[in-house]
Design a protein around this ligand. Structure first.
Ligand code: SF4
Length: 318
């Protein structure tokens, strides 16, 4: 097995690799299993238990705490048709469960308590849905992570969407360019085949500038060379990126890679993630700091997803 195909599935293997001692705070048998690809582990600073990337991926006993207001389905996915593999929460856009697996298991994930299963006949289901609705402009591939799905399946999904003239944009939400950038080349033939048919958009989910090291800038550059637009969403996470300095560095590094930041999400209240919560008051102070440090086009919008709302809800000072 080459190092790049190595995945850390047990916290002790990861701690050994990073030169860290075990501690009571780490959890050996988490409900939400650990998964950290080698390429991501390489970006974690060795001998530093407070590394902001390590905190995103190592299971802790804090995940067992029960907090009021936290639940298993905080954004109402269950009521938006996930079983069929197609959700329509917003007008003109549909979201496909185009991946059953994730490259990395993020400890703050709002879907950590759900099972995500991509139907094997998703391309056919998509074609039927588009034929019925007729007015879908944008198809969003989510999951799991769509860039963990077999490349042939991703190609078939693009093929299905291409038959319907209303579909102008295909958007992919992924962490793979950060966690396993070496996988991107598997999908390049599809991206190149359809780059004149669709606006192709990749939304990265990057939370810290250090995630943009290693081979990630090259992977992004390869995609951009085919005309793919890149945007970024982050989640505001205590102990990871909860300062204006950290987020300003992230925005600048993203822009250096050709990626525009657009959303900074307040944490979705899934069971097991409360220890990452940042108050709205602190979040608004961070936003003020960001506006002082950055040009307007590098300042993401602070938003929250509220189940049942027709769009993300901006969080702003009254
Ligand atoms: S990649 Fe996304 S869906 Fe997967 S564990 Fe991380 S946050 Fe959750």
């Amino acid at each position: 097995m080459s190092d790049f195909s190595k995945v850390f599935l047990r916290k002790n293997e990861l701690l050994d690799y990073l030169g860290l001692e075990d501690s009571k705070i780490y959890d050996s048998e988490p409900d939400f299993a650990m998964r950290v690809p080698f390429s991501y582990a390489q970006k974690i600073k060795k001998n530093d238990a407070n590394d902001p990337l390590l905190r995103q991926v190592i299971p802790t006993v804090l995940e067992h705490e029960v907090h009021e207001g936290f639940c298993d389905d905080p954004v109402g996915d269950g009521s938006a048709g996930r079983d069929s593999g197609i959700e329509q929460k917003y007008e003109g856009r549909i979201l496909l469960i185009a991946g059953s697996a994730c490259s990395v298991k993020c400890r703050y994930c709002f879907r950590r308590n759900e099972t995500c299963t991509m139907p094997s006949d998703l391309p056919e289901r998509l074609a039927r849905y588009l034929a019925e609705k007729g007015s879908i402009r944008e198809v969003i591939l989510s999951g799991g992570d769509p860039l963990m799905t077999q490349p042939a399946m991703v190609d078939q999904i693009f093929e299905s969407a291409a038959k319907y003239d209303s579909v102008k944009t295909i958007r992919i939400h992924t962490r793979v360019p950060l966690t396993e950038p070496e996988r991107i080349k598997l999908y390049m033939p599809t991206f190149e085949k359809f780059n004149r048919r669709f606006n192709e958009v990749i939304v990265l989910h990057t939370n810290h500038a250090n995630e943009l090291g290693g081979e990630t800038p090259e992977a992004i550059a390869m995609c951009r060379a085919t005309g793919i637009h890149f945007l970024n969403q982050s989640v505001l996470l205590k102990g990871v990126n909860d300062s204006a300095e950290t987020l300003a560095k992230l925005s600048e590094k993203l822009f250096d890679c050709g990626v525009l930041p657009y959303y900074l999400h307040q944490l979705d209240h899934a069971n097991g993630v409360a220890h990452f919560e940042v108050s709205d008051e602190k979040a608004l102070q961070i936003m003020e700091g960001l506006r002082r440090k950055l040009p307007g086009y590098l300042v993401p919008r602070l938003v929250r997803e509220i189940a049942g709302q027709p769009s993300k809800t901006p969080i702003e000072n009254n």
